[in-house]
Design a binder for this molecule. Structure first.
Ligand SMILES: NC(=O)c1ccc[n+]([C@@H]2O[C@H](COP(=O)([O-])OP(=O)(O)OC[C@H]3O[C@@H](n4cnc5c(N)ncnc54)[C@H](OP(=O)(O)O)[C@@H]3O)[C@@H](O)[C@H]2O)c1
Length: 306
């Protein structure tokens, strides 16, 4: 890659995946712009990276289209991630469509989009599938309007290991159990967000042609609820059990935490039908190492669960 000529624009740059993307690009000496809404958070997160002279920070949101339009000028690649809770289901496709259209018109040659494995396994079924499916459709249409100059790469990850920081962490710490409404034998395929960031960094730093129009699904390990509890048992050195609650209790509890009907319903669906159809060991061909296991992840985050 002619890294000196490339400039990468990273949305959601202070998030889990976005911050990993920024760090990875800077490590490779690639000029990078972090699009963030909280300047102080960015300064704290990227102290070292800001000292390299390769990182620029732009303050803006998904609604500040004027700021985005000005800031994206001069960039060759865009990392696109939309995560805003409480928005209308159509917001994801509207915002990604708007940002991608502007970016391509301003000369961006490659967009790397974070979608979801739900698109492969569920299509539009479930609100998360709908949101990502609709957004992908807009991006593919925009890219195909000028296939010579517009490249699109879509990453479709499975369930994030970091989801354990939401409800599970409290159950594990307070009562040595994982609680959900799936059968003990129901499976879910997990992925570490570090692997997603690393994959995005490779795609954003290799030739645009190499990855053009690939959809990369990402799933490291498929574990039943019982197997997941066993991983926590092994790493924490104390018995963690899986407890199946009724669908009604699951629904009521999550609604009481302020989640919308559509999201809770989606999670209830996913409790009996996995988000991924298979694991994806082939991602090692891109990132040059195997995907990280849940055991790696729990060991790295053990303090949060003790
Ligand atoms: N969780 C899963 O299992 C899973 C599976 C597959 C796909 N996904 C997808 O992965 C994405 C989540 O990625 P992530 O974990 O990296 O997200 P995250 O850590 O929650 O980060 C979200 C980022 O978006 C920024 N943001 C939120 N609202 C914004 C707004 N209105 N304007 C500008 N920026 C805003 C946040 O800024 P602040 O830092 O200032 O808050 C943060 O940088 C979602 O699209 C989700 O659907 C998730």
């Amino acid at each position: 890659m002619s890294s000196s000529k490339e400039r990468v624009f990273v949305t959601a740059a202070t998030g889990n995946i976005g911050s990993g993307v920024v760090r990875g690009l800077i490590k490779r000496g690639i000029d990078t712009t972090a699009y963030i809404r909280d300047e102080q958070k960015a300064k704290d997160l990227f102290k070292d990276e800001l000292n390299t002279g390769h990182l620029t920070v732009v303050v803006g949101t998904y609604s500040s289209v004027d700021i985005f339009t000005k800031a994206i000028q001069g960039h060759t690649r865009l990392f696109l991630l939309f995560a805003a809770s409480g928005t209308r289901p159509a917001s994801m496709s509207e915002i990604k469509g708007t940002f991608a259209k502007i970016a391509f018109e301003q000369g961006v040659r490659q967009i790397v989009d974070i979608s979801s494995a739900f698109v492969s396994s569920y299509g539009r079924k479930g609100i998360i599938g709908y949101m990502h499916f609709a957004a992908e459709e807009k991006l593919w249409t925009l890219a195909d309007e000028n296939s010579e100059e517009r490249s699109l790469v879509v990453l479709r990850p499975g369930s994030f290991m970091s989801n354990h920081f939401m409800g599970d962490v409290h159950h594990i710490k307070d009562s040595n159990k994982i609680v959900s409404c799936g059968l003990p034998s129901s499976t879910m395929t997990w992925i570490d967000t570090k692997d997603i960031s690393d994959c995005a960094v490779i795609v954003l730093s290799e030739s645009v042609e190499k990855h053009d129009r690939n959809v990369y699904e990402m799933g490291s390990e498929t574990l039943s609820n019982e197997q997941r509890a066993a991983v926590f048992t092994k790493v924490l050195g104390k018995p963690i059990i899986y407890e199946q609650q009724s669908m009604e209790d699951f629904y009521k509890t999550h609604i009481s935490f302020g989640m919308s009907h559509s999201f809770v319903y989606n999670f209830a669906l996913a409790s009996s039908k996995n988000i991924c159809e298979t694991t994806t060991p082939e991602i090692a061909l891109i990132i040059g190492r195997p995907l990280r296991t849940l055991e790696h992840w729990v060991r790295e985050n053990i303090k949060s669960f003790e």
